[in-house]
Design a protein around this ligand. Structure first.
Ligand SMILES: Cc1ncc(COP(=O)(O)O)c(C=O)c1O
Length: 448
């Protein structure tokens, strides 16, 4: 039996942005295994974006399904909002403390990446309240940053088209600064000079707002939705230094980059930086069950006395859900047993080199860049101007890749790849061929 179009039309999806040429019925994903998905109509496609950069261990891992089933029967739900805890949640929090850098030791769980960022901003706010600095409330974010789809995270959203409808609802105090974007902004200078310039602007923005009123800076180590913008190494260290100097907390949004995506457990490790709060989601369970967390440094958590009777940050009903935490533990076991972080580094390098070699010299390719298994090609007009290629043209790459057997993510002027971390060499090579052929076809169409 197949899914009826009539039923699908009751679903609030925004699929038409990516695949307007396909019918609803053709877009029903039915099953998946490893890096592959099958539509209900039987088409096999490489999942070159791991869903939404979520399915880090790959699809169809029975160990996670079994852990979920076992925990569901033992204890499917109990709240952790009233002193109660449960074993999977405690074990997961302890495990995360061993995986995350520095003294990021205390986890507050939630369900989505948006909520993890809400919690991080709320913990920061409560930290200043408890420290007797009630004026510190503002959060500085990056242009091009994306932190979720709640009202609070839209306030720190640096993608104007997404945030604009809610602008009237937003309170002041959410200044944006520019991220270092080497391909567009390096000019004839060096990456170091660019980082210095952007860090100086961040410092000036905080000084303009008044450091006594600024609670935190929130930023993605790699700006994912903004177009896989990869600030040079050194940037996070520079932000850390500004935050330390001006007594502002640093929140790293590792919702996409966490759990091996960039070839390290966490992207902050590339810079040797420990943020004060780290928001994680997606790869924590590889999406088998939704789960997220805001992970705080011990010194932050210790600012809240153990014997306090007054609640600080309010958790939600499903915080530390036992089944989700059991799924996460099984997921992390697979990541360790299968050495998926190391594989992400090795396969990421292969994908980057392969793509650079295959399309780096093309007229419509401005830059191929990558960090671990976040790899992209930024497309430009074929006339040598360097101007971004029209997004309608770029989005045809979704179709070209689909027809060749892969689901990629072509938005704005960037085609993005973030396959499951279990991808093999042969699969990487096949993906390079598909993307290169798709870009080649687009260039031919544009220069005919
Ligand atoms: C960096 C980043 N932060 C936060 C989010 C929001 O996560 P969620 O969609 O789970 O709320 C996303 C989602 O893609 C993201 O990429």
């Amino acid at each position: 039996m197949t899914t009826s179009g009539e039923a699908i039309r009751h679903l609030w999806t925004h699929k038409t942005q990516d695949h307007p040429w396909l019918s609803d019925e053709e877009l029903v994903i039915d099953r998946a295994e490893g890096v592959w998905v099958w539509t209900e109509q039987g088409k096999k496609l490489m999942d070159a974006f791991a869903g939404l950069a979520v399915v880090n261990v790959g699809h169809g891992r029975r160990e996670i399904a079994e852990a979920i089933a076992e925990q569901t029967v033992r204890l499917a739900y109990y709240p952790t909002t009233r002193q109660f805890s449960n074993r999977p949640a405690a074990e997961l929090a302890a495990k995360l403390a061993t995986l995350t850098p520095g003294d990021l030791d205390i986890s507050m769980f939630a369900v989505s990446g948006s909520e993890a960022n809400e919690r991080s901003m709320q913990i920061a706010r409560h930290y200043w309240l408890t420290r007797g600095k009630p004026d510190k409330h503002k959060v500085i974010a990056l242009e091009g940053g994306y932190h979720g789809a709640t009202m609070g995270t839209y306030a720190v959203c640096g993608l104007p088209k997404l945030a604009a409808p809610y602008a009237a609802l937003q309170v002041p105090g959410f200044t944006k600064v520019t991220a270092p974007y080497p391909f567009r902004d390096r000019g004839t200078g060096t990456d170091e000079a660019l980082v210095e310039r952007r860090a100086r602007e961040l410092r000036e923005a905080i000084l303009r707002e008044g450091p006594d009123t600024v609670s935190a800076v929130i930023l993605e180590p790699v700006l994912s939705s903004g177009g896989f913008i990869m600030p040079p190494l050194g940037w996070l260290g520079a932000v850390r230094a500004v935050c330390d100097e001006l007594d502002v907390l640093m929140i790293a949004d590792e919702v996409i980059t966490g759990f091996g995506r960039t070839g390290r457990w966490f992207a902050c490790e590339h810079d040797g930086v420990v943020p004060d709060l780290m928001s994680v989601a997606k790869g924590i369970t590889s999406g088998y069950v939704p789960l997220s967390a805001s992970i705080a440094r011990r010194r932050l958590a210790e600012a809240f006395p153990d014997d306090a009777t007054q609640e600080n940050v309010h958790p939600n009903t499903y915080a530390a859900h036992p089944v989700a935490c059991a799924a996460a533990l099984a997921n992390l076991r697979i990541m360790e047993q299968d050495h998926l972080v190391e594989n992400a580094a090795a396969m990421g390098a292969r994908l980057l080199d392969g793509l650079e070699g295959a399309v780096g010299g093309r007229r419509i390719v401005g830059e191929v860049r990558g960090r671990g298994l976040m790899v992209c090609a930024e497309l430009v007009e074929p006339n040598g101007s360097g101007r971004p290629l029209d997004s309608a043209q770029v989005s045809t790459l979704d179709r070209k890749a689909w027809e060749r057997g892969a689901i990629v993510y072509a938005r704005g002027n960037v085609v993005r790849l973030a396959p499951p971390l279990c991808i093999t060499r042969d699969e990487v090579d096949a993906l390079v061929d598909i993307v290169a052929a798709s870009i080649g076809e687009l260039e031919t169409e544009l220069t005919r």
